[in-house]
Design a protein around this ligand. Structure first.
Ligand SMILES: *Cc1c(COP(=O)(O)O)cnc(C)c1O
Length: 446
């Protein structure tokens, strides 16, 4: 985990604004050379509200591993979301924000002993398991833990399958583990599953909920009398063009069928859903190379663009998270797109962001924009080869600011009432930005 220290400014905006408009303003300022993100906290709030509306019975426990940006997690904490932590450092981060330990589930089925002891000391009682050895370990270090058995239930397709690593078989393994837990005097209170991150199937949640129902019944017969928690994990989509409406329909129906009783608390562990769309990345083209078509061969000429962020930085998501990213020019033109590829700044041949795409002709110094870059990007990025990890400019509206500021770990002494940022004298046309008002306050994070 990386604690975000280089979170320099929060900008509070009056009137309407857009991430694209802000990126243009920064770039037109002329001083920006490194890649940067614009983070829209309003998007996080909108997604939280959307979740509550579509899945009223399911409490979200945000999966911290997806993006541990302090402002993102403290905003979610302020809204009332709870947290899925997988390690000591993640528990440390979330409790340091003032979140009560009962609002955390330690949802890593293979925990280190020192992390279990830390959870016990902090009062984080709820944790998952999927093996006999984990039960023995928990018996030794935290016999009073509230346990949740993690079963395997894989979506037909997923960006990142998790079932290959975690989750016991619900039919062949889970009953034996539940009996063993009872013999050891351990308290099992629920069932969890994760269908895979970036799941490509909605019906899988109904399968998982049905498997969980059967285990609730079995667990009670095995002596676990307080079965009261169903955890349906993550896997929800997060892109701006996606919706959880369909998957919410499947989940709500399955809950009505299998868990009509209101005594069972239902939670989920969304990561991508909350983080992806709030972050827009801007990266600059610093070099390009034209590859001519070869005589007599059936290949087109093509342009290689080199940008200042790559697979060792934000675009690690292309390798680890199997994301398909899309590059867009900061200023759209009517020129015809031509075949090209986009490369990161390091000297590694692997550092390719887009091996084959189409862009209108771009020049060195121009900027590309990538939407939906908030999930599984920043926490993994490194400054390999001397190229810095992008900084984040967090933006929010004035009403949201007044609502949230009490919850944030901000050093009020460093609050700056900044001079309004003025636009350059003759800016290029700013589509998609209406009514852009000046920033009236900026403050720094402790
Ligand atoms: C990664 C992970 C999540 C988050 O998954 P998303 O697909 O990003 O929603 C939730 N729970 C567990 C246990 C995880 O490992």
């Amino acid at each position: 985990m990386k604690v975000v220290e280089d979170q320099p400014k929060i900008r509070v905006m009056e009137g309407s604004w857009s991430p694209l408009g802000t990126i243009r303003e920064v770039v037109e300022g002329g001083a920006q050379e490194d890649p940067f993100y614009v983070m829209d906290l309003g998007e996080v709030v909108a997604r939280y509200n959307n979740w509550r509306e579509l899945l009223p019975r399911v409490e979200p426990f945000y999966a911290v591993k997806c993006n541990d940006d302090k402002l993102l997690v403290s905003t979610l904490a302020a809204l009332g979301a709870n947290f899925d932590c997988a390690s000591k450092a993640e528990i440390q981060l979330i409790t340091s924000l003032g979140v009560a330990p009962e609002r955390i589930i330690f949802a890593n089925p293979a925990k280190m002993a020192s992390h279990i002891r830390y959870a016990a000391a902090m009062g984080v009682d709820t944790m998952t398991f999927d093996s006999e050895t984990e039960l023995m370990k928990i018996k030794q270090y935290m016999p009073h833990a509230q346990l949740v058995i993690r079963i395997r239930c894989d979506a037909a397709a997923a960006q990142c399958p998790l079932g290959i690593k975690f989750g016991c078989d619900a039919v062949h393994e889970a009953p034996r583990l539940l009996k063993l837990a009872a013999v050891l005097g351990l308290d099992v209170i629920g069932v969890s599953f994760h269908v895979g991150s970036g799941a490509g199937e909605s019906a899988v949640y109904a399968r998982g909920i049905a498997l969980a129902r059967a285990l609730f019944t079995f667990a009670a017969s095995a002596g676990h009398r307080r079965m009261a928690l169903l955890d349906i994990g993550g896997g929800f989509p997060g892109g701006s063009d996606t919706s959880i409406a369909e998957v919410a329909g499947v989940i709500n129906t399955a809950l009505e069928t299998h868990f009509p009783e209101n005594t069972v608390r239902v939670i989920a562990e969304p990561g991508r859903y909350f983080a992806a769309a709030a972050y827009t990345l801007a990266a600059q083209i610093h070099a390009k190379r034209e590859i001519p078509s070869k005589d007599g061969e059936d290949n087109e000429s093509h342009t290689m663009y080199f940008i200042n962020d790559g697979v060792y930085g934000s675009f690690n998501c292309v390798l680890y998270d199997h994301q398909n990213v899309a590059a867009n020019p900061l200023y759209p033109t009517s020129e015809k797109p031509t075949p090209c590829s986009v490369w990161g700044p390091t000297c590694d041949g692997l550092d390719c962001v887009l091996p084959s795409t189409q862009l209108p002709p771009m020049s060195v110094g121009q900027w590309l924009v990538f939407r939906d870059m908030g999930a599984y990007t920043l926490p993994v990025a490194s400054a390999f080869n001397g190229f810095p990890v992008p900084t984040v400019r967090t933006m929010l509206s004035a009403p949201l600011w007044s609502m949230l500021k009490e919850f944030w770990p901000l050093d009020e002494a460093r609050l700056e009432t900044g001079p309004p940022v003025s636009l350059p004298p003759s800016p290029p046309p700013l589509e998609a930005v209406t009514n852009h008002h000046a920033v009236f306050v900026e403050c720094a994070l402790k």
